[in-house]
Design a protein around this ligand. Sequence first.
Ligand code: 7RM
Length: 631
Amino acid sequence: MRINNFEEYQQAYKKSVEDPEGFWGEIANEFVWKKPFDKVLEWNFEEPNVKWFLGGKLNITENCLDRHVENKPQQTAIIWEPNDPSDEAVSLTYKVLHERVCRFANVLKKHGIKKGDRVCIYMPMIPELVVSVLACARIGAIHSVVFGGFSAKSISDRINDSQCKMVITSDGAVRGTKSIPMKETVDDAIVTCPSVEKVIVATRTRTPVSMIKGRDYWWEDEIKKVSADCPAEEMDAEDPLFILYTSGSTGKPKGVVHTCGGYMVYTTYSFVNAFQYNPGEVYFCTADIGWITGHSYIAYGPLAAGAINVMFEGVPTYPDAGRFWDIVDKHKVNIFYTAPTAIRALMGNGLEYLEGKDLSSLKVLGTVGEPINEEAWQWYHKYIGKEKCPIVDTWWQTETGGFMITPLAHITKTKPSYATLPLPGIQPALMDENGNEIEGNDVSGNLCIKFPWPSIIRTTWGDHERCKQVYFSSYPGKYFTGDGCLRDEDGYYRITGRVDDVINVSGHRIGTAEVEDALNMHLGVVESAVVGFPHDIKGQGIYAYMIMDKPVEDGEMLKKDILATVTRIIGPIAKPDHILFVNGLPKTRSGKIMRRILRKIAEGDVSNLGDTSTLLDPAVVDEIKAKVGLA
Ligand code: 7RM
């Protein structure tokens, strides 16, 4: 599975296109299967219907745990670095992690969880989170991890969409100087969730929480009552492994479904190759397991590859902006993977936070989540990588399950702001506005993928039609990513950002429609329109234009109230950076909001608003321009 030089990359790529089944079949055979697969691939992008490794039976946790326990039981699987640097880091060997997973899997079983049941996990970055995820996988329960920053309402929407029977949470969480309630938020959420029968609560903060008899159980008590022996459930390659909700341009977040076999093969393959992971190296991904990056490149990929995985509970700026570098120094991290927003934030704090930090263990740097600007790339390369570590700019999505376009560390020549070349098995296509593929180099268009790869989204939970609509109908026969992209004269790819109504705030996807729905729930709001605008640290910020039912008197107070509503409905990550009260919104004669114009105004650039001939009432634009002083 390991590619060792550029020539091997080219050969692998060629084979993956000419003989995809042979290519992936060989790689898949390097894993532990309970029963070998009979057929590698069956697919069409019309329904869509994609199946990998048909007839194969496996359990992903045997690949992430048992096989390493056999070969190297004493190797560290996870180094947990707590929020407070004066608390001790915790190391879990593969043997210990295996035992904890099996024990907790038995707790799940004891509380009635069976194969195929959905379990919601709402937890901070503590070892119990990884244990919960793997324990679900051990018994074939489908986990739905909800990021700890989401509100009670967001949790209950997700729980209800997939009818979770259980929630796993913690009493509280600590992030930086903040103490955050978790169980309390779950309590608020499940008032409206009749499917939830049990709640398991891990202890982290030992803050008081309400425990309901017959429903709520302490993790630490329950694990004492069960054995540490839990045989792995036999799963079909195409049985769902997890659901992860992600925002799109319309409606509520959708539950992206990934399945056991293909996801395992692809996350492992991509992890080993993009980062050129060697046994014994220490890998540190700063993402939260609440996002796909944490699923694929903390929980599953690295563990399946037998890696040493640093898991960090805290934030990059606590106790100061040197925390990541302290962790790199302390645990002698070899591969460091973070988001451009974090790099920009730390860059802004100055170089003094690098003083005295030994970063010489670093060999590879990674980035993900949003386009990385040239300035951040150069800073990362020079000051963190000391000009000797390649920057692996990994472009991928919740729906793709794993890296799609990325350099291979030390193999692919990198280029600032470019994700460079597709991994073997990935066939990108750039599309023009007429739906035709654009051939050749030095071109740009909308990014599609022409052929399935093992960890492609299988469906959106409970609504296959939506999966088809969103991803497979814009360009018939192709998977549409929602991203714009250019291919330069060398055939290198550069992702330019979303072309739909999704805003990327600090690498987090937020749908404009979702934020608008939350804003519209606030008392007195008639209508709102949300757009993204360039933000120095976050990449994009959220700009909201709002029409109120009466003239606004105390604008500042009202804005605070509105932000409180957004926090309540979605979570703090969706709070607009700017709110502008307006009397009208620019609409076409058919009633569509012309977001393009609102984006320009939010950007502070009205020199060229483009074609405004379809505007119903041009005076509306003049009013907004005057309000922001751009007239
Ligand atoms: C992994 C993840 C996906 C969206 C995607 C892009 C953007 C992600 C990069 C990137 C430029 C990158 N999943 N994106 N990685 N843009 N360069 N290396 O982020 O589902 O949360 O977001 O993020 O727009 O469509 S995600």
